[in-house]
Design a protein around this ligand. Structure first.
Ligand code: TYD
Ligand code: MG
Length: 487
């Protein structure tokens, strides 16, 4: 039999090493490695002697199966993110910074589920029962039959849950406060969190209850400690928001039972979290359409079109290496768009700081945002205000060409609904789709975009920033022969 070896587990990121190290090689945290007996880990059973395994039957892909049944909470934005309701026997991890509203969202979901006649249990490891009650009564939910407890021992919790009818929903707030006798490490450590999560997952799978675990995130946005927990659960959602702003975005990060690109938008009000069914209006609120450097992007978040403003500031730098800062978008994508603007749009940005911001705290992952970002950048550089009634979408290729993206019709429909009159997008964006209610202004090349925006610039800034090198080409330098006017 193989000799059992002790492992050292990083309490910060969960990395496993064979030898003790002062500094974790994975996350570079100091003094975070803790010895763990092999019997405590996930691979504990692998140490079982060879030849002792039980033989089981293998099956084919065809055969009896059931569509996972769903439990709707009635909170539309939450049901959208879970892919149409909670699945019995599944485990959902909801991550978010402290104070973002995880407990509020979950007590509201519990109340709705309990009100519909299901057994719902809410276990708080952080707050006393009285505190949970106080919040519920503030939210007007005190009359709903949610069963409460303030407990942190997973063994006790599971033993309690196994008496009486199996609950439809169990909320564990939070997984970081849980501990089990099966692990020797102290509560809050990666080992404890992982073992507790394992026990709760086993409970969910065997009983058919849906378990929701709250996970705190560290300052760099990771669900604290156990990335391993993310692998074990069926779905992971992250609850995000910006300091000072009242709205919150619930985003599916992983989902074994549905799509992962859906978002739910909520607003934190005096009476708890309220659903925001028209997020575009929220993201565009307070927009200053008369300032250069802002372009409205007609995006898609999952199955729903969302309009959002992309803001850019391009200004001469006072540093040797110009700054590139971006919030809400991929920095690599920004570098690529800047490179294409330089190579094919004739812009000189080597002496300019570039800042890009997606308004409202939304994070965009779509390549379709390239065109809107490029328009905002050129608009800021030239000091040219973009037409306030236009939206932009399209993917920028390295050749400078602008390529069509999917769902053109839906994007246009949403833009029309919010009062926009035109859309700048590559030709072919509506191919195979019903004609949208908006006029499509075709824009096929980045050079055409630069030329058109430069032509809108007030006369004094049209020559660029005047520090020796021209930042903006004369209109005819940039425009390709035969390139059509976009707007
Ligand atoms: P909470 O759900 O406790 O956050 P988390 O569980 O993620 O740590 O939410 C706390 C914040 O929400 C707190 O700062 C107050 C605010 N809040 C409201 O604005 N309105 C409300 O009705 C409630 C219950 C909370
Ligand atoms: Mg909480």
């Amino acid at each position: 039999m193989a000799k059992a070896r002790t492992n050292y587990v990083c309490q910060n990121c969960g990395a496993v090493a064979q030898r003790w190290q002062g500094r974790c090689e994975a996350c570079e945290a100091w003094n975070s490695m803790v010895e763990e007996a092999p019997s405590a880990g996930i691979g504990a059973r692998a140490a079982r002697a060879a030849g002792k395994g039980r033989v089981f039957a293998l099956e084919g892909l065809q055969g009896a199966h059931r569509e996972a049944p769903r439990m709707l909470t009635g909170i539309g934005e939450l049901d959208r993110v879970t892919g149409g309701g909670f699945v019995p026997g599944s485990v959902l991890l909801i991550g978010g910074e402290p104070g973002i509203g995880k407990s509020t969202l979950l007590i509201q979901a519990c109340a709705r589920m309990a009100a519909s006649g299901r057994r719902v249990v809410y276990i708080s490891g952080e707050e006393a029962v009285a505190q949970v009650r106080l919040r519920a009564s503030r939210l007007g939910l005190a009359q709903t039959p949610v069963e409460l407890a303030a407990e942190t021992s997973v063994d006790d919790i599971i033993a309690t849950l196994q008496t009486g009818a199996t609950p439809a929903l169990v909320v564990i707030d939070s997984i970081q406060t849980m501990w089990t006798d099966a692990a020797e490490a102290s509560p809050g450590t990666v080992t404890q969190v992982r073992m507790s999560a394992q026990a709760l997952i086993r409970y969910a799978k065997t009983s058919g209850a849906c378990v929701i675990m709250v996970g705190h995130v560290t300052k760099d946005g990771q669900i604290a400690g156990p990335r391993v927990v993310e692998h074990m659960v069926d779905a992971v959602a992250s609850f995000e928001g910006e300091g000072g702003r009242q709205f919150r975005i619930l985003r599916a990060v992983k989902n074994r039972f549905g799509p992962t690109d859906e978002i739910g938008v909520f607003e934190m009000t005096g009476g708890g979290l309220a659903e925001v069914t028209n997020p575009s209006a929220l993201f565009l609120a307070g927009r200053d359409g008369a300032a250069p450097g802002a372009a409205v992007f007609a995006g898609m978040e999952g199955t729903r079109p969302v309009l959002v403003e992309i803001q850019a500031l391009v200004a001469p730098t006072s540093l040797g290496t110009p700054r590139r800062a971006v919030v809400g978008w991929d920095p690599a994508r920004l570098s690529m768009v800047l490179a294409v603007l330089e190579a094919h749009g004739g812009l000189r940005l080597g002496q300019h700081d570039v800042y890009l911001n997606v308004a409202g705290g939304l994070r965009i992952d779509e390549p379709a945002a390239d065109l809107a970002a490029a328009a905002a950048l050129v608009s800021s550089l030239c000091g040219a205000v973009l037409p306030g009634d236009s939206v932009f979408f399209g993917e920028v290729a390295l050749s400078g060409a602008i390529r069509p993206v999917a769902h053109g019709g839906q994007r246009l429909k949403e833009a029309a609904k919010l009062g926009f009159r035109a859309a700048v997008a590559p030709e072919g964006s509506l191919e195979g789709q019903e004609k949208g209610p908006l006029a499509l202004t075709p824009c096929g090349h980045i050079a055409a975009l630069v030329a058109d925006i430069a032509a809108r610039a007030p006369a004094r800034s049209r020559s660029g920033e005047g520090n020796g090198e021209r930042a903006v080409p004369r209109a005819r330098d940039g425009a390709r022969e035969g390139a059509s006017r976009a707007f």
